[in-house]
Write a protein that binds this ligand. Structure first.
Ligand code: 4AD
Ligand code: MG
Length: 481
């Protein structure tokens, strides 16, 4: 007999004579009621065991965490909270779970404890919900771009390029670390390395993505990226997933329109397709907020926050306007910011981004036209900028509670201007000859952005630490599992 998913059983339109369900025991009450979960939904199905006719030995083995198979009748439930339950005729223990030793006890665990048990935390309601929402969101990402005719490109994980020019790379080598070959100058001889050159894990697929956009028109990547930045924050991972669309003939305004439409689409998709999970996560957040002082509590519930983003346009503000707002802000005047904003050209810290989004505008914000010298080399220099105050066609999207969720730009399509910029920054033109070729042969205006997938999942699930929205987080000092 084939087993049926708990979700399908709970959504059944009739009672059924004989059904088989398989899953893991969440709780076993009164020697009679099993709350069974199989991961297909946040909801458990109640299985009512005929304890009088079940051997004591078997009853003892129905413990939290054990996997079981039940065969029985799907009947209307007399208990509150569920439409159907299974009246069990036959029960088989598939895998025992020692109740004393199973770490996921049926009680509230701290998120820190759950992180240390990331291989088991997915058996809890919260992590089951988060991971299902994550899966649906990644489907929505593909659906959005595929429906619009974008081509999905798999850019390389191992590369010689530093796309962001920030030098935050994990090196890839097969050289023996305890006996590195040296060249005549006494430096490591990467000619003897696996690829015959120095390589690293990609920090972004953008540069390769641009070459494809300059042939296929509209492309997107969706893959893992790696950053060896020593940022031990609740917003940074050393391994995270990024979505990077790139579109030929788009300028910065088109790029902002695309990013806004895309983000609203995927959030709407999650709202429509993850109702039970989001309802659970909304409740979880409400509970968590209760332990905070009134002033720190969010004014909106999770679903209100998500709907707010759908119903309101993102506010578009230039960097220069943002600096004026920040300079005149109360926390700046009262010296409450760790980094005070005194003059144009200052890089914005997350405290400034959050002030703009959460206190000043109270909605998602797109900041654009940043100073050239705080942004990456490939961004297009604005025409008509004052000498000493050069700006580039960059955009960052800032979200409440998250800060930067998207970074993007119109690209520098002029060969000479790009070469000049690379020379000024000491970026290796030989290494990136292939990137420069896009500007030598049929160059055109184009633009794109990168959305940090985990930051999106954070926002949609209402979680506050990025380590809780990726299955197995990699952060400084931690690569368990
Ligand atoms: O702003 P970033 O560095 O931009 C790029 O990598 C460009 N190549 C994107 C493009 O134009 N195609 O990163 C893009 C986004 C950030 O806005 C943030 O959401 C996320 O990636 N991100 C991180 N997420 C988690 N952990 C980290 N360490 C992250 N670094 C960036
Ligand atoms: Mg950025």
């Amino acid at each position: 007999m084939k087993h049926t998913k708990v979700r399908d059983l709970l959504n059944s339109t009739t009672t059924l004579q004989e059904v088989n369900a398989k899953g893991w025991v969440r709780t076993f009450r009164n020697n009679q009621f099993i709350a069974l979960n199989d991961g297909s939904t946040i909801n458990n199905i109640q299985c009512v065991v005929d304890f009088e006719n079940t051997p004591e030995e078997t009853l003892k083995r129905i413990t939290t965490g054990a996997s079981v198979s039940v065969i029985g009748t799907l009947v209307e439930s007399k208990g509150a909270g569920q439409k159907y339950e299974i009246q069990v005729n036959k029960l088989e223990i598939l895998g025992d779970s020692d109740a004393e030793k199973f770490p996921m006890q049926p009680k509230k665990h701290s998120l820190e404890f759950l992180r240390e048990n990331a291989h088991l935390r997915v058996r809890t309601n919260a992590f089951g919900a988060i991971m299902r929402v994550r899966s649906v969101l990644s489907y929505a990402v593909h659906k959005y771009f595929q429906d619009k005719g974008f081509v999905y490109v798999n850019t390389p994980i191992i590369t010689g390029a530093d796309a962001e020019g920030a030098g935050e790379m994990f090196q890839v080598t097969s050289l023996p670390l305890d006996n590195l070959p040296k060249n005549e100058e006494g430096n490591i001889d990467f000619k003897q390395d696996f690829f015959g050159k120095h390589t690293n894990l990609t920090v972004s697929g953008q540069l390769e993505g641009e070459t494809f956009a300059m042939a296929l028109g509209q492309i997107y990547t969706f893959g893992p990226t790696f950053r060896a930045e020593n940022s031990n924050t609740s917003r940074h991972l050393a391994e995270f997933w990024m979505i990077e669309p790139e579109v030929a003939f788009n300028d910065l305004d088109d790029n902002m329109d695309l990013a806004e439409d895309f983000i609203q689409y995927v959030i709407k998709y999650a709202l429509d397709n993850c109702k039970d999970d989001l309802a659970f996560l909304e409740g979880r957040l409400l509970e968590e907020e209760k332990s905070k002082p009134q002033a720190d509590r969010s004014e909106m519930s999770l679903l209100e926050k998500l709907n707010f983003v759908l119903e309101n346009n993102f506010k578009r503000v230039s960097y220069t306007e943002a600096i004026d707002i920040l300079r005149d802000s109360t926390p700046n005047k009262k010296k409450k910011f760790s980094y005070l904003i005194n003059e144009w050209g200052a890089d914005l810290q997350s405290e400034h981004e959050r002030y703009l989004v959460e206190k000043h505008f109270k909605c998602p914000v797109i900041l654009y036209d940043y100073p050239a010298n705080i942004k990456a080399f490939y961004m297009r220099l604005n025409d008509n900028t004052e000498p000493g105050r050069e700006t580039v066609r960059a955009m960052d999207i800032l979200f409440p509670g998250i800060g930067e969720i998207v970074g993007g730009s119109e690209r520098e399509e002029r060969y000479d201007v790009l070469v000049q910029k690379m020379e000024a920054l000491g970026i290796d033109k030989e290494e990136l000859y292939w990137y420069l070729d896009t500007r030598r042969f049929g160059s055109a205006t184009h633009a794109g952005f990168g959305l940090g997938f985990e930051r999106l999942v954070l926002f949609v699930t209402g979680m506050t630490n990025i380590r809780d929205v990726i299955p197995f987080p990699r952060t400084p000092g931690s690569a368990e599992f």
